[in-house]
Design a protein around this ligand. Structure first.
Ligand SMILES: [Zn+2]
Length: 438
């Protein structure tokens, strides 16, 4: 099946920032066959992209989809209080059906914002994968592994949990060409250190990526240092954690020399500027990481610390916060931000065939309406990309394709009943609250 998206402003997000102001994109099955000036080959279906930007789907490099059920229930508190007092007591009362309802809600919200790929770390992994399959997104599902007393009855020991997660990955990795898997050891403070090393070895043996929270708060860094362990990053390096493909979320409180370790091991970083700001965790050194050549993507984190899954907000806030931190408007450009949401995000999550409109890349594409006051005036190629970062937003997303399949048309999700999705999530959230109150 060959679909022509014709006559749009094609923002490829390639290395050279190529833009075709009157361009075509051709999708053939799950791949992009062509992106360039007008196409004169054959096709099966044609969709007009006139008056629209055509660009790669956005990549949400770090989230926890079922946490949409906790949106608004853990605001304005520190991370420790957030986890131990607000979130964990609810999470242990969740059922598989609740997690599914929350995950479908999250995927629906992301689709409407033009997110085509997300990296998910949570429990109830069967629900996570089912939600991705049913909504049509591309997902990297990395089931969480942690050891905390409250979780022990549900997850068992970290060894038992790791074995279960590995079996899940064996079952689902590569499914339907859009389900990818990995291991999600939660954080260095929720697992014994030797466990982190052993989980990493298992991931490397299986050829799977590792997804971990890393130095998110100052409190976390200091607690680690007080144990006489020095820098978290160097301790993990010595354990061999970075020998395989690793995606590290946050990286706000890096020590001197840590960026070099991350660069050396090609660790990808998920920068979550809004979640970090909301928790008062700080501003990750995105400028320094990018300058070091580290692939940095953008993540929303879960909906309880953001509170939306609207990656357009990260796209704007990431450069703004870096400018504020440096008192310098030149340190992080709109193009660098756009790269983090697309091409660099793909590198960060170890899916290098995403995030660019060019032949051979995956057919994950969005179109965005230009008939909006916020998109005027336009002065050529650069302003299209500047407007995407500083002026556009999810309300302008018009159509979305994932793996070659159209999943959003006229801003409406085609794969799920949006109203039923909202009601199911509302009911699940209420049921969890009732169980916690009992
Ligand atoms: Zn997180």
């Amino acid at each position: 099946m060959r679909t022509l998206l014709s006559g749009g402003v094609v923002v490829t997000c390639d290395q050279n920032w190529t833009v075709y102001t009157d361009g075509d994109v051709v999708l053939e099955d799950d791949l992009i066959l062509y992106a360039g000036p007008r196409y004169d080959g054959e096709y099966d279906a044609r969709v007009s992209a006139a008056g629209r930007i055509v660009m790669p789907g956005l990549i949400n490099a770090h989230t926890h989809t079922p946490m949409t059920l906790f949106r608004g229930l853990a605001d304005d508190v520190a991370l420790r209080v957030f986890l131990e007092e607000r979130v964990w007591p609810r999470e242990i009362k969740l059922t598989n059906a609740d997690a599914y309802a929350g995950s479908v809600l999250a995927a629906t919200e992301m689709l409407k914002a033009g997110v085509t790929t997300y990296v998910d770390m949570y429990f109830f992994e069967d629900a996570l994968v089912q939600a991705a399959l049913d909504t049509g997104l591309r997902a990297v599902v990395t089931p969480g592994i942690l050891e905390a007393p409250v979780w022990q009855p549900i997850l068992g020991t970290w060894e038992q949990r790791t074995a279960r997660v590995l079996a899940f990955c064996r079952q689902w990795d590569g499914h339907d060409g859009r389900i990818h898997t990995g291991l999600g050891p939660h954080a260095p403070y929720t697992l014994p250190l030797p466990a982190l090393g052993e989980i990493a070895v298992e991931a490397q043996r299986a050829g799977l990526p590792l997804h971990i929270h890393l130095v998110e708060t100052r409190e976390e860094r200091e607690a680690f240092a007080e144990r006489g362990l020095g820098s978290t990053v160097s301790a993990l390096e010595q354990l061999g954690v970075f020998e395989g493909a690793v995606l590290a979320a946050h990286c706000v409180w890096l020590d001197d020399g840590d960026a070099e370790v991350l660069r050396h091991h090609r660790v990808g970083v998920a920068h979550c500027p809004i979640s970090n700001a909301k928790l008062g965790a700080g501003i990750a050194p995105a400028v320094a990481l990018l300058a070091a050549g580290i692939p940095v993507g953008l993540g929303t984190d879960g909906a309880a610390t953001n509170n939306s899954l609207d990656l357009w907000e990260e796209l704007k806030v990431a450069p703004l916060l870096s400018k504020v931190a440096a008192s310098d408007p030149t340190v992080l450009s709109a193009l660098q931000a756009l790269a983090m949401a697309t091409r660099l995000g793909a590198m960060a999550i170890h899916q290098p065939r995403l995030g660019v409109l060019a032949e051979g890349y995956k057919a994950d594409v969005l179109t965005l309406r230009l008939d909006d006051p916020a998109m005027v005036p336009l002065f050529g190629e650069q302003t299209y990309m500047d407007h995407l970062v500083y002026a556009a937003g999810r309300s302008l997303v018009d159509a979305v394709w994932v793996n070659g399949r159209q999943v959003v048309r006229n801003g409406m999700v085609l794969t799920v009943d949006e109203e039923a999705t909202r009601h199911a999530a509302q009911r699940a959230a209420e049921a969890v609250s009732e169980r916690v109150a009992r």
